[in-house]
Design a protein around this ligand. Structure first.
Ligand code: GDP
Ligand code: MG
Length: 297
């Protein structure tokens, strides 16, 4: 039987639903999903393995234009770098909403010269569906796409067709990863992402810029996993926000993260979180490396 496999890069401005899409297609929560833009800092690999194909998704951070801060530069590079070696790129956009950042993403794709499927997400929001047609016609003129597919990642609409289109365009190749592998990121990374997700969900707009999560200790006991995490913030005042009055916020975040981890790892987890201040860590490349955000200057 013929086997197809290859890397598929996912590009799109923040908040269009890239993480939701990867999670749906891979069928397990890997990349964090929140309603806040720019929550994905890593290029995360999700692997979809079926009998005669394997799709390796590279979920990219949002493409950022103003590269004022170092963290922005890192994110930008991580996003454009992921196009190297990709057989295919999915440009994800939001139905009936083409912004200048979508144009930027398209520019990068044109520049990289990788075959592209345009994925028009969130079509569930458009009613009646006829309102979509004019939009689809106008975006079709922007590039010579392999295919244009309206989908809803959230409502699971048209994802099987997308899967078919992807596989059709992958090279004939043996599986590149073991079938049981869903992601190349270790437990440590996934735990840190889970905590970061809860921070975003709990603090919303209050969440200060430059919060980082470091897992400083993991101890694997037979009956449970002991995890110790440090939440790094840039200012003393930010510490108070994360901890909350009477420690309620941090307690809540810790508890939700622990439940999430137990779900992912299918075992008992004991989690200790501490909040510490490190001034201006997002402007320090050594620190960014240490947190696994990759790419040094
Ligand atoms: P990313 O920044 O591109 O990775 O976007 P996320 O996957 O984090 O999604 C951003 C927000 O859009 C979240 O609140 C998702 O629940 C929401 N979202 C994602 N896909 C859909 C969709 O198909 N329909 C609707 N209505 N919302 C969606
Ligand atoms: Mg994301």
């Amino acid at each position: 039987m013929r086997h197809h496999s290859g890397f598929v890069s996912i590009i799109g401005r923040p908040n269009v639903g890239k993480s939701t899409l990867v999670n749906r297609m891979v069928g397990q929560k890997i990349s964090i999903v929140t309603s806040k833009p720019n929550t994905t800092r890593h290029a995360i690999l999700g692997v979809l393995t079926k009998e005669n194909y394997q799709v390796i998704f590279i979920d990219t951070p949002g493409l950022i234009n103003q590269r004022r801060r170092l963290m922005d530069k890192v994110m930008h590079r991580a996003a454009s770098g992921s196009l190297e070696g990709a057989s295919l790129v999915l440009l994800v956009i939001e139905a009936n909403k083409w912004l200048s950042k979508d144009s930027n993403a398209l520019e990068i794709i044109k520049h990289a010269n990788v075959p592209c499927i345009l994925v028009v997400n969130k079509v569930d929001k458009i009613k009646p569906k006829s309102k979509l047609l004019v939009f689809l016609e106008s975006v079709a003129k922007k590039h010579n796409y392999l295919e244009i597919l309206p989908i809803s990642a959230l409502k699971n609409e048209n994802l099987d067709r997308l899967e078919n289109e992807i596989v059709k365009n992958l090279p004939e190749e043996i599986p590149l990863f073991p079938s049981e592998m869903l992601t190349d990121k270790g437990i440590q990374f996934r735990i840190a992402e889970s905590i970061r997700e809860k921070l975003m969900q709990n603090l919303h707009q209050e969440l200060p810029y430059g919060v980082g999560v470091e897992i400083d200790h993991i101890e694997d006991l037979d009956e449970r996993l002991n995890v110790s995490a440090i939440i790094w913030v840039e200012r003393e005042s930010h510490k108070g926000i994360v901890i909350g009055s009477g420690g309620q916020s941090i307690k809540d975040i810790g508890q939700k993260s622990r439940f999430d981890m137990q779900d992912i790892l299918n075992r008992k987890v004991h989690l200790v979180t501490r909040v510490k201040v490190k001034r201006n860590w997002t402007g320090n490349s050594q620190w960014i490396d240490q947190f696994g955000y990759g790419v040094s200057e």
